[in-house]
Structure formats: structure tokens, C-alpha cells
Ligand binder design. Sequence first.
Ligand SMILES: [Zn+2]
Ligand SMILES: [Zn+2]
Ligand SMILES: [Zn+2]
Length: 143
Amino acid sequence: MPFQQGWKYCSKCQVLCWSEMGRVCQLDGQSHNSSGSGTYSVLYNDGTAPAQPTWLFCTRCGELIYGGTADLGTCPASGAHTPLTGDGAYYYQLFQNPQAGWKFCHYCRALFFPQGANMGPCPGNPTGGSHDDSQSGLYFVCL
Ligand SMILES: [Zn+2]
Ligand SMILES: [Zn+2]
Ligand SMILES: [Zn+2]
């Protein structure tokens, strides 16, 4: 699956936008502000992925917009969003209904979902018998 890395969160308008372009912010018409943002990756051009297709890049405001309907919505740069399409354009895809909070247990190597403080039984853990998330990142799985 191809992912494009480099998307940022704008702290002014709270929108996902492309990092390398100032473009036009929803808040004040000036540049988006991505300082302090993490760097996000978005799936693109994968015809077989179980993800919602038809998200597009607006060349004027630099935002990721939904292009699956005729009405493309209002662009902060004026008028409607103007997505990049055709050869060379990226067609972005977003996963829907993800459930975050899954963890990796390094004793039994399984992906498990904690219920509060209850980590669930793990016969592989020599000290206590519960799954252990101390070496885990935060995973999500789509419903
Ligand atoms: Zn913004
Ligand atoms: Zn736009
Ligand atoms: Zn375990």
C-alpha cells in the first residue's frame, strides 16, 4: 500500500493540509500553521485497499478534501475547492471506522485490546499472567 508522508495538522483551522505549501487557511486567509504538528501519512492510488476513495488535494488551499460528490465545498481561497486531477494526481484514500487502542503483547506476540486496567489473560507472562503493553505502540484496526 502506498502512503504519502508529509501531511500536517493546521493549528489555526484544525484541518489536515499539505506541509510544503503555505496555501490558504480557513481561519484568516493567510498560510496554514503546521508548527508543532506531527507528520501524517495518507494512503493513495490503491485500488484494492478497503478504504474510502476519492479524497483529493486542493491546489489552492492545500487541504485534503472529499471529491466524491459534485459539490466540492467552499475553498478558503474563494469559490469552490480546485482539486488536482488527471495524470500525476494522487487519489487519496482514508480508512473508515478505525478502532484505536489495540496493543502488542511481547510475551505472547498477540494484538490485544485492554479493558481499562484489565489487560486480559496471557499464559506467556511469567509474572502475573496478563498481557503486557509495555513494549507496544498504539495500533488501530478497522471495523
Ligand atoms: Zn489552516
Ligand atoms: Zn481549497
Ligand atoms: Zn500476551
